[in-house]
Design a protein around this ligand. Structure first.
Ligand code: ZN
Length: 402
């Protein structure tokens, strides 16, 4: 009998002994899943084994069930696993597809660790896959060294991804969907000056470009490829009277004059984050999106795209801000400090990067436990170093006791 079979056998016996010799399938499965979180990702397989074992146990007479259970240590049950703060994901239908999608503007910091760890833990809990997606469609916010640093940081965090995509290599895909959107009349090229558009938008008035024909927009789209930054943008039609002005006909594509560190000057038109994110989440089959609540308006913007294309909207989960006592979390501030010689590098212990935390002697497991405890709750959280060192001490003791 394998280890798993023995666990199931014992749970079935306990249930049978409690219920006059007849174990109940649902009750046995429930007790298994509650006490052995590691089995949840294989619940189908576990259910098959359980039904076989159940038949066998229910054919035994009551005395035999009791003596078999004694051999396995009696009725003492393991306490249900308490997953500190890590609540179940809503609306899970079978396996999940999750993604961790950082900008390659620097190495990961503690805020990223939350998204990475939670996505990773949920994939472990429900089965499915984790996608690592590098969102590098703003050529000015790319640090070529960050691609590798991100992977190193994720490995340190114990996060495993099953698929990796780099958005700058998917530009043609974004063009394809931009063209589709133009064809169905749900997007238009706007050649207004930014300031002029803003005046109209703030008054809930459409700009003159909004009413132009699909044919005209097709031509403009071709011309946009040779235009200069600021001359034209592609806008998604939303509700020009939406209560939040930021959502009114948001920009999907723009021209950027700068060269991209990976693709050079191959492309001039780049998708804005909301466009590439929604297209990718759909094409990659993402079921649940975990993101900070500062993205609430972005989720709202993206819903327009899903509706225009007739796509199913993934489940969006917005969590609160995470602050870390006494550290600079902003990548741009950290970079500036490094450039000015204030910090000695990305692993300077005064920073909130993963490598700085590692350098302080914090173990990966302490960070994972911390993130599971905080979970994806919507309220803001401030983490103190006292807390982190406390968790770390427990882990170091566990290691030395072994
Ligand atoms: Zn316009």
């Amino acid at each position: 009998m394998s280890n798993i079979e023995e666990i199931i056998y014992k749970h079935t016996l306990i249930n049978a002994v409690k219920h006059k010799g007849k174990a109940n399938n649902g009750a046995v499965m429930g007790s298994l899943m509650a006490t052995h979180a590691e089995l949840r990702s294989e619940s189908k397989k576990i259910a098959q084994i359980t039904s076989k074992i159940l038949i066998k146990v229910n054919l035994m007479d009551y005395e035999l069930q009791k003596s078999e259970l004694q051999k396995l240590g009696g009725i003492k049950e393991k306490k249900p696993v308490k997953e500190k703060g890590l609540v179940d994901l809503p609306d899970v239908k079978g396996k999940v597809v999750l993604r961790f999608a950082p900008n390659p503007s620097g190495p990961l910091h503690i805020g990223h660790a939350r998204a990475a760890v939670l996505n990773n833990e949920y994939v472990k809990r429900y089965g499915g896959k984790l996608i690592l997606r590098i969102e590098d469609t703003d050529p000015r916010r790319v640090d070529p060294k960050a691609y590798q640093m991100i992977e190193e940081d994720l490995k340190w965090l114990g996060v495993k991804w099953q698929e990796k995509h780099i958005q700058s290599s998917r530009i043609e895909t974004y063009y394809e969907y931009a063209e589709k959107l133009i064809e169905i009349g749900k997007a238009y090229i706007c050649t207004c000056k930014g300031a002029d558009f803003k005046v109209l938008k703030d008054e809930s008035k459409p700009c003159p470009c909004r009413e132009l024909s699909v044919k005209h927009n097709r031509k403009l789209w071709d011309r946009m490829k040779t235009m200069d930054e600021g001359e034209a943008v592609l806008r998604v039609k939303t509700d020009i009277q939406h209560k939040n002005p930021a959502i009114r006909d948001w920009v999907a594509m723009r021209v950027v004059n700068d060269k991209h560190p990976l693709t050079g000057d191959k492309y001039k038109i780049y998708p804005m984050m909301n466009f590439s994110v929604a297209v990718d989440d759909h094409l990659m089959g993402v079921t649940h999106v975990l993101r900070g609540k500062d993205h609430l308006a972005n989720s709202e913007k993206q819903k327009y795209l899903y509706n225009h294309f007739g796509w199913d909207i993934p489940v969006f989960i917005h969590y609160g801000r995470l602050k870390m006592e006494d550290v600079a979390l902003s990548t741009s501030k950290a970079r500036q400090g490094i450039d000015e010689g204030l910090y000695r590098g990305w692993d300077d212990p005064r920073l909130g990067t993963i490598r700085a935390i590692a350098r302080r002697g914090i173990k990966q497991k302490a960070i994972t436990e911390l993130m599971m405890e905080i979970g994806p709750k919507i309220s803001d959280a401030t983490v103190s170093w006292k807390k982190v060192y406390g968790l770390n001490r427990t882990i170091l003791e566990e290691i030395s006791n072994r």
